[in-house]
Design a protein around this ligand. Structure first.
Ligand SMILES: Nc1nc2c(c(=O)[nH]1)N[C@H]1C(S)=C(S)[C@@H](COP(=O)(O)O)O[C@H]1N2
Ligand SMILES: [Mo]
Length: 245
């Protein structure tokens, strides 16, 4: 647990003229330079969508750039239709029984990538906050204002994790520090990152991504094709649901 405090995720490189320009380029989406080694947000107080440098193997998606989360002040707010609404610090969450799983994240925009995730099952949290019977789902609100709804049924699935570690390290800002949902049988857009708030609700609602694009509110992975980044993006058939390999 202590590792979370020791790891300094901020490099404060100072913003040079170049990185400011590059950052603006990233903001406006001029990200067509396939050979670029830098991502646009390194050394800035922001993170955003990038597929460059270290992120070639596991792309980063944020629907708009966001300010990095301050690990000292972050708390998870849990409320809505439950008996014991409250906030949790990261240390609180780290005391919940932990599970590790390897699963693949499949973006609806074709690519996928695999990681070893560690976190807890929502059932542990629900024992504390005690959702009401009419709470059929949870709305997640994220630091970049991304919003996503998941049913409690999906959230309580044995393959769903609330994850704080990826490949043995605390989540990076890019991958959603300090907490994200890992729900491997749904497209990436149903896996909210950089979560600030969970609200227990009665009604389902479309999330940010299904309002932006022609994507289903449910987000279950459909039969079709995948281009895994760890297999040279070579197209393969998938049969729907979690991609197990
Ligand atoms: N907060 C937040 N979470 C998000 C998104 C986002 O824009 N904001 N994009 C989603 C989409 S579309 C995908 S594919 C995955 C990508 O996760 P990664 O950036 O760790 O690869 O994050 C999901 N979670
Ligand atoms: Mo995605």
């Amino acid at each position: 647990m202590r590792a979370f405090k020791l790891i300094s995720r901020r490099t404060f490189l100072g913003r040079t003229f170049f990185s400011a320009l590059a950052f603006l380029a990233g903001w406006f989406g001029f990200s067509r330079r396939g050979h670029a080694q830098l991502d646009y947000f390194s050394g800035t107080d922001y993170v955003g969508k990038t597929r460059a440098g270290p992120y070639r193997d596991f792309y980063i998606n944020y629907f708009k750039p966001m300010r990095r989360i301050n690990p000292e002040t972050w708390v998870l707010k849990v409320g809505g239709l439950c008996d014991q609404p409250r906030t949790f610090t990261l240390d609180d969450l780290l005391t919940l029984p932990a599970h590790t799983q390897v699963s693949r994240l499949k973006c609806v925009e074709c690519w996928s990538a695999k990681a070893r995730w560690r976190g807890f099952h929502i059932a542990e949290l629900e024992q504390i906050v005690r959702p009401h019977p009419q709470a059929k789902g949870v709305v997640f609100r994220c630091n970049d204002t991304y919003v996503e709804h998941l049913s409690r049924e999906s959230l309580n699935h044995e393959r769903t994790l609330l994850a704080y570690e990826m490949n043995g390290e605390p989540l990076t800002d890019e991958h959603g520090f300090p907490l994200r949902v890992v729900v491997p049988f749904k497209y990436g857009y149903k896996n909210p990152k950089a979560i600030l708030e969970m609200e227990y609700v009665a009604q389902s609602e479309p999330g940010t991504w299904s309002r932006i694009g022609p994507y289903s509110t449910d987000g279950t992975i459909l039969p079709g094709y995948d281009h895994p980044l760890d297999k040279n993006k070579i197209r393969r058939r998938i049969s729907g649901g979690e991609i197990l390999d």
